[in-house]
Design a protein around this ligand. Structure first.
Ligand SMILES: Nc1ncnc2c1ncn2[C@@H]1O[C@H](COP(=O)(O)OP(=O)(O)OP(=O)(O)O)[C@@H](O)[C@H]1O
Ligand SMILES: [Mg+2]
Length: 228
């Protein structure tokens, strides 16, 4: 469970302070399917970085599965990220000259999975995103949709409970974007917690809960019947 209480994030650049998140109270339960929307600069990525333990709050608290993330060392943060969270980014962030197989292998090497287990898992993951026939293709040889599929397979390598996606369809055409959202639907069906930042309301409408952020505050937060 994701739990923020009176959470604040202030960035300090030289003599300038900027409060990117202001007294946020937010709970996201295990298995929820959530989108975060809001104008550019409203604090969406800041919130995602905190949810994903890439950054810590400067005030209030953030608890992940009951553990106070703000009090963790950088080693503990790295450990909780590796065990619990899969990240998907707008720009894919793949190794462009490594194959799909090798890209998905990276987190499994860090996790010290043995050869056999790695191979089994990589093939299973790439099959799962519809790339079973592209194991040896490089991102440079793939469409944007294909690249994002590789990135999703990589995010899932260590079987995280939570998938965090920052504008995952931002670089894709509408059709490939819908295909990617279908994969998130499936992950939600499998019981994963999925939190997706998007500018696109037609994509947000496909999730169960829409959190709107403006100027570092939650402007609205509601469940709705999702569009199919
Ligand atoms: N590392 C940083 N140092 C200083 N200010 C920052 C830093 N990161 C973000 N900010 C500022 O905090 C505010 C929120 O940034 P954030 O990246 O969370 O917005 P966003 O909602 O994700 O925007 P976008 O839709 O453009 O991605 C912005 O005004 C930004 O300039
Ligand atoms: Mg952002």
């Amino acid at each position: 469970m994701i739990e923020m209480n009176a959470l604040e994030k202030t960035y300090i650049t030289g003599a300038v302070e900027f409060q990117a998140l202001k007294l946020i109270d937010l709970t996201i339960n295990k298995g929820e399917y959530v989108s975060i929307v809001g104008p550019s600069g409203s604090g969406k990525s800041t919130m995602m970085n905190i949810i994903g333990c890439l950054d810590i709050p400067t005030g209030g608290s953030y608890k992940l599965d009951g553990e106070d993330v703000g009090k963790m060392s950088s080693n503990q943060l790295a450990d909780i990220r590796n065990r619990t969270i899969g990240f998907v980014f707008q720009a894919f962030n793949l190794l462009p000259y490594a194959t799909a197989y090798e890209n998905v292998e990276v987190p499994l090497l860090f996790a010290k999975a043995n050869n056999k287990e790695r191979e089994r898992r990589i093939i299973e993951l790439l099959n799962g995103v519809g790339l079973g026939n592209k194991l040896n293709n490089k991102p440079t040889e793939m469409s944007g949709g294909g690249r994002q599929r590789v990135a999703i397979a990589r995010a899932l390598a260590c079987n995280p409970d939570i998938i965090l996606a920052d504008e995952p369809t931002g670089n894709l055409d509408t059709a490939s974007g819908s295909e990617i959202v279908k994969i998130f639907d499936e992950l939600h069906e499998m019981g994963k917690t999925v939190v997706m930042i998007t500018h696109d309301m037609s994509i947000a409408d496909k999730t169960d809960r829409i959190i709107k952020i403006r100027d570092g505050l939650i402007e609205s937060d509601g469940y709705h019947k999702k569009a199919s």
